[in-house]
Design a protein around this ligand. Structure first.
Ligand SMILES: N[C@@H](CCC(=O)N[C@@H](CS)C(=O)NCC(=O)O)C(=O)O
Length: 231
């Protein structure tokens, strides 16, 4: 099994935490984001979205980190509490995974990552959207009243949500106003140090880029605001 991953990419980190938690052996193939290795025609054969990560399980190619995490659990650990079979437990996990992708990580990424990698500005609006996402996550934690995002056991939803939240830590975002989110995040680090080690490596990289942004002025990326027009 091979995982094409970017070392500071939250979706990649979530999948790597899943592989580690399930003790699945695999080959980690580092994709160089800044060199645009994921924008090539060759890469697009694996994932037409040209996004990282991609799993290659003996010729079975799968993109989208949530789908990858679900596949790994279903195929290699169907009895794992990381993604239980019970319909209701699973429904809450799926809800949190969708919440992360559509409502939580998206504004966090726009506020934390886009200014570093695509030269966009942090604005009152990007900040407000992050606050809104955190308020909702706080509400979910408060309503469910559990240690982790979808119950008292850690699940793949926590891996996704932790990997999003680490972007905020990397830019020194203060979580004090979201005490349940802060406690959930701290609990994860404390209880799963080996998984946090994976997440932390990405967090440290983002943090270093936050201090010293990469020079991407020449990067011909479709999302880059100052990109050169393509012939
Ligand atoms: N929904 C995708 C998102 C993956 C994603 O956004 N990956 C980033 C790297 S962290 C990427 O490949 N972006 C492509 C680009 O910006 O060119 C997933 O969860 O796997």
């Amino acid at each position: 099994m091979k995982l094409y991953a970017v070392s500071d990419g939250p979706p990649s980190l979530a999948v790597r935490m899943t592989l580690k938690a399930l003790e699945i052996q695999y080959q980690l193939i580092n994709v160089d984001f800044c060199a645009l290795e994921h924008r090539t025609d060759e890469y697009a054969k694996m994932n037409p979205q040209k996004e990282i990560p991609v799993l290659d399980d003996d010729g079975f190619f799968l993109s989208e980190s949530i789908a990858i995490m679900q596949y790994l659990c279903d195929k290699y650990a169907p009895d794992s509490s990381l993604y239980p079979q019970d319909a209701n437990l699973r429904a809450v996990i799926n809800q949190r995974l969708c919440f992360n992708m559509g409502f939580y990580y998206a504004p966090i990424s726009s506020h934390s990552m886009a200014p570093i990698f695509f030269d966009y500005e942090r604005t009152p609006m990007t900040l407000r959207k992050v606050q809104n996402a955190l308020e909702v996550f706080e509400t979910y934690l408060q309503r469910l009243g559990t240690k982790y995002a979808a119950g008292d056991n850690v699940t793949i939803a926590d891996f996704a949500l932790v990997s999003a939240t680490l972007c905020l830590e990397a830019i020194h975002f203060d979580l004090t106003q979201y005490p349940l989110v802060a406690r959930w995040y701290a609990t994860f680090k404390e209880e799963f140090p080996q998984l946090w080690e994976i997440a932390n490596s990405g967090m440290q990289e983002i943090s270093a880029f936050e201090e010293n942004p990469p020079d991407l002025s020449e990067m011909e990326h479709p999302f880059h605001p100052t990109r050169k027009a393509k012939a």
